[in-house]
Design a protein around this ligand. Structure first.
Ligand code: DQA
Length: 148
């Protein structure tokens, strides 16, 4: 079974409560359940981590080196500020898919820049929770393409 690590960054633990008009009314646990269900269909093994701490994202990426084959991550606010997160992705050399619930380019200017974008295999944004489900399908495609 192929192994995929999913990282939810800061404040995503508050989905459902946090600005529902922007992020939707679903809870993170519901999204995680949908991801687990799709992972079963796609025959993927998931590890899902949520943290509000930049250093913990870096450590989770570092540890993934010995386990994951693809990383799906929503760095949330750290997308626009963190150099350490893309450095960690470069260091482990695993393909990463950057995900956002919202289309960050349709929002405030400070959200238009992503430090992760240049190191990601691809980016999916603007589809709410479906951004993650699409990313999981993209991860499966990446993995089956790398097997050919
Ligand atoms: C977000 C977009 C970021 O700009 C914001 O800071 C978030 C969530 C998204 O999923 O749309 O926390 O990553």
């Amino acid at each position: 079974m192929k192994r995929v690590l999913i990282i939810h960054g800061p404040n995503l633990n508050l989905l459902g409560i946090r600005e529902p008009e922007i992020y939707g009314s679903f809870k993170l646990e519901e999204l995680d359940q949908d991801l687990e269900k799709l992972a079963k269909e796609l025959d993927l093994e998931l590890q899902i981590v949520q943290t509000n701490h930049e250093g913990e994202i870096v450590e989770t990426i570092q540890k993934a080196r010995n386990w994951a084959e693809v990383i799906i991550l929503n760095p949330a606010g750290y997308t626009h500020t963190s150099v350490a997160i893309p450095d960690a992705l470069r260091a482990v050399g695993l393909p990463a898919i950057e995900v956002h619930l919202t289309n960050v380019h349709a929002r405030e200017d400070f959200r238009h820049h992503s430090y992760v974008a240049g190191v990601a295999a691809g980016r999916i944004m603007g589809f709410g929770s479906d951004s993650y489900l699409l990313a999981l399908r993209a991860a499966e495609k990446l993995l089956s393409a790398s097997n050919e």
